[in-house]
Design a protein around this ligand. Structure first.
Ligand code: ARG
Ligand code: ZN
Length: 848
């Protein structure tokens, strides 16, 4: 059944408290629930409809202590319905007792077991697999939880009330929806610390891990403390309980979860040591710890009315974690990284059959909408809003949001109204960013006459499923002007485009300037401007806005990849100058030295209306890398040596920046040194960042056999390292071998496919090998489809998510499209396919 935004109705009952009593056992957990309910309108009796499916074995049901007449009780596949006739017209208590089987839960939704530990994942609709409940985010109440288990650590939300003789009690005083419920019971150890909030609350902090992993949990704890301080300093938000617990689990469908006072994490986003984690892992851990912590205000204290509003909490929380990372590390580098991710994932999503707005208005399975559009574009929309109302306006609006909506289940309309009320600005047109799908194209042309520069912009957004016509949006366009000698003559100004076509003038200019446009990527659009390579090279050398500067290099690179020899020469010369610029941040230089990925090149070609050829893209990109290496051999070799970071490993931004430049040089040099440097580096590096970079080079060159052996000998019992071991072999493989390697690895005894991280390592690794996945014979599609079918029976969320490997299938050539369609139809016609995968596959097929 399709859910529609327009069908929203408040729940006809009030819920004042939920009491849960769980006796944990792997195959037979008993859940007793007591819900204090009251009809909202006693004069209009309504049936009590609770969510909960076949996995709940109902053992008792009482209303104010009495079992209702069974004629008034109905069970459907997904609900328990108690007829209005059986309900009091005044407040009453509903008690249920169910038995569930966590050991059989391979979908990792609801209560499940991971490595002998009980844990939960309830967002979006997992709570209904634990007990019968109004499992919707606008039903909020306080919880009292009793946990019975012989396992030594027993955790739930809120504050601990007592823990003795195998029974722990928890009370969460903050009303919350069921999706924020969590429990954990296991044999765990904690890395602990304390934090005193600005108003003096003393909070006990714990990061819980399996015994033996404590040495790798310290960085997560440091990140948590930084996050707590930052949210006080920047947003004035304090923590509101006496304890904050984080637990790392090995089997987890997503990255992490913001359950009130008890965040549960995929262990790869908690555990880190120099020997096992890369710089990128450290940066992600810091960001995700912050993200989940920030949800305490943007998500928990203020939650979503319904799941259509998901971007209300996710877009805002991503935006906040991006701001946090910018403050902790290099803001310029962070912005460039975020734009790269947005283009690789969200622009790609917008280009295919799964395109949807940040606030969708229909879905079949909400778990299919935890997407780059809801998260990353949701964050971009907030960045634009901040650009339009200014920093002060943004700060006033956020203060108003927190005071006005604390304790609410809110909507995007509420959010926009806060901005209107705080700044007096009409946001009617701006709202289209939330309701309309697709990436606008922005074309810019210039006219220069007598000291006046006129910039004319034209916007258009291609049709997306269900949305053929797109009215003009308001687009903030940040522009600066650079004089012919390289000095900035007009600092950044934000132009507000509201029409389909609109001109802006700059007058009183002496000489014709070079336009630096869409500074900081001020709007998530595809910019098209006719610009020659010499001007791009000029901007790469002189632009004062780091994003625009990097972007000029990116455009040059894409031109070098798609145009001829002259473009290559211009590009190679320009990046040589930049790489040699010792005044520039090494991380920035590394970003400029890294060629656009094959996927990004394909997206660009498709956006230009052409059909990307994966093999040609791969060959051209390899040739260009080789040519860069040949031209700048000495420079790169010098950088490779100079960027060695002396002393013990530290994950700080400066050290990571130097390593990133060193690795960029290594990658290019490997195009001409046969991989000799990489082989040496793999042998001597003591940190995982350099070892993985070296290993990727060796895999690409087909000389990784002994390195892979060494790594598995050393880390065979470390799951997170072995995930890398699996993924690098497929991701970096020569495309023509990728599918065969993936097949071999799928037969490896350590390919524990039901573990989401391991499955993603292999299947996601193949999907990331552009020319490998899109092999002309369709073998990449077939292999992936086989595994999606197998995974769907065990874990629908993971299967549905991995199916997005196919999301841009319509952009390839006819033979590839035929293979892809076959693979998708083979999945679609399967009996017993999950709602998750069925929705994804049918949306993808419909577009072909
Ligand atoms: N709210 C979590 C986060 O953004 C994501 C959880 C989503 N889980 C799911 N099964 N859909 O951090
Ligand atoms: Zn989130």
């Amino acid at each position: 059944p399709v859910q529609h935004l327009a069908d929203y109705r408040p729940w006809p009952f009030g819920l004042t408290e939920t009491r849960l009593d769980l006796t944990l056992a792997p195959r037979d957990t008993i859940v007793r629930a007591a819900l204090d309910l009251a009809p909202r309108d006693a004069s209009d009796p309504q049936d009590l409809v609770l969510d909960g499916g076949a996995g709940l074995r109902l053992q008792a049901l009482r209303i104010d202590g009495q079992a209702p007449d069974p004629v008034h009780v109905t069970r459907t596949d997904e609900q328990l319905i108690i007829a209005a006739a059986a309900l009091p017209h005044a407040p009453f208590t509903l008690e249920t007792e169910v038995a569930i089987d966590p050991a059989d839960n391979t979908a990792f939704e609801g209560l499940y077991l991971s490595g002998g530990m009980f844990c939960t994942q309830c967002e979006a609709e997992g709570f209904r697999h634990i007990t019968f409940y109004p499992d919707r985010p606008d039903v909020m109440t306080t919880f009292r939880v009793t946990l019975r288990s012989a396992l030594p650590v027993r955790l739930s939300n809120g504050n601990p009330v007592g823990d003795a003789d195998g029974v722990a009690e928890w009370h969460d005083p903050w009303p919350k929806p069921a999706y924020l419920f969590a429990l954990v019971a296991g044999d765990l150890v904690a890395v602990s610390d304390r934090f005193t909030t600005r108003s003096g609350r003393d909070v006990a902090l714990n990061v819980w891990v399996r015994p033996g992993d404590q040495d790798r949990a310290g960085f997560a704890m440091e990140s948590l403390i930084k996050s707590m301080r930052w949210d006080e300093d920047v947003y004035g938000r304090e923590y509101d309980l006496d304890v904050f617990n984080i637990v790392a689990v090995d089997d987890f469908n997503m990255g992490a979860m913001e359950n009130k006072g008890l965040n549960i994490f995929n262990s790869k986003l908690v555990l880190a040591s120099p020997e096992t984690a890369t710089d990128t892992d450290y940066e992600r851990i810091e960001a995700v710890i912050a993200h989940e912590y920030f949800h305490n205000w943007t998500g928990n204290r203020i939650t979503c009315r319904d799941w259509f509003q998901l971007c209300l909490k996710e877009g805002l929380t991503v935006f906040r974690d991006q701001q946090f990372t910018s403050d902790m590390r290099s803001a310029a580098v962070k912005r460039i990284e975020d734009v790269q991710t947005l283009r690789a994932r969200q622009f790609r999503e917008d280009q295919g059959p799964l395109a949807h707005p940040p606030r969708p208005d229909r879905y079949e399975e909400i778990n299919n909408f935890y997407t780059a559009t809801v998260y990353e574009k949701g964050a971009e929309v907030i960045g634009m809003l901040k650009n339009l109302v200014g920093d002060d306006g943004y700060a006033r609006a956020l203060d108003l949001y927190f005071t006005r909506h604390d304790g609410d289940a809110a909507t995007i309309e509420d959010w926009l109204t806060v901005f209107q009320d705080a700044t007096g600005r009409d946001l009617t047109q701006f709202k289209r960013w939330y309701t309309d799908a697709g990436t606008p194209t922005l074309e810019m042309t210039e006219d220069w006459q007598d000291g006046t520069l006129t910039l004319t912009f034209a916007q258009s957004t291609p049709p997306t499923p269900g949305q053929p016509d797109k009215p003009a949006r308001v687009i903030p366009i940040a522009v600066g002007l650079i004089g012919p000698n390289g000095d900035e003559v007009t600092p950044t100004r934000v132009l507000e485009m509201t029409e389909a076509r609109q001109s802006f003038t700059f007058d009183g200019l002496g000489a014709r300037p070079v336009v630096s446009v869409l500074r900081g990527f001020s709007a998530p659009v595809m910019l098209k401007r006719p610009l020659d390579d010499a001007t791009r090279a000029f901007l790469l050398a002189h632009d004062t806005d780091p994003f625009a500067r990097w972007e000029a290099g990116r455009e040059l690179a894409l031109s070098a990849l798609t145009q001829g020899d002259a473009a290559q020469k211009a590009y190679i010369a320009a990046i040589g100058t930049l790489a040699a610029d010792e005044g520039a941040d090494p991380a920035f230089r590394a970003l400029c030295l890294t060629l656009p990925g094959e996927e990004e090149i394909a997206t660009r070609i498709a956006a230009g209306g052409a059909t990307p050829d994966p093999d040609a893209i791969h060959a051209t990109r390899s040739d260009l890398a080789r040519r860069i290496a040949l031209t700048h051999q000495d420079l790169l070799a010098g950088l490779y040596d100079a960027m060695t970071v002396p002393g013990a490993y530290s994950p700080d931004a400066q050290s990571a920046a130097r390593r990133s430049l060193r690795i960029a040089a290594l990658g290019l040099l490997s195009r001409i040194d046969g991989g000799d440097r990489a082989a040496v580096l793999f042998g001597i590096a003591s940190n995982m960042t350099e070892r993985m970079a070296a290993l990727a080079v060796l895999v690409r060159l087909g000389r990784a056999t002994s390195a892979l052996q060494i790594l598995s000998d050393e880390f065979g019992d470390n799951r997170l390292v072995m995930d890398k071991w699996f993924s690098v072999q497929v991701m970096a493989a020569p495309p023509e071998q990728a599918v065969a390697i993936a097949r071999d690895l799928a037969a490896h005894r350590d390919f524990d496919w039901q573990n989401p991280n391991r499955f993603r390592a292999l299947l996601g690794g193949l999907a990331a090998n552009h020319a490998g996945f899109h092999a002309a014979d369709g073998s990449g599609y077939d292999f992936t489809a086989d595994w999606l079918i197998r995974m769907d029976a065990a874990n629908p969320q993971i299967a549905a998510r991995m199916s997005t490997a196919f999301e841009i299938w319509p952009r390839y050539d006819a033979p590839r499209r035929a293979h892809a369609r076959n693979a998708l139809e083979r999945i679609a016609t399967l009996a017993g396919l999950s709602r998750n995968t069925r929705e994804m596959v049918s949306r993808m097929i419909a577009a072909g």
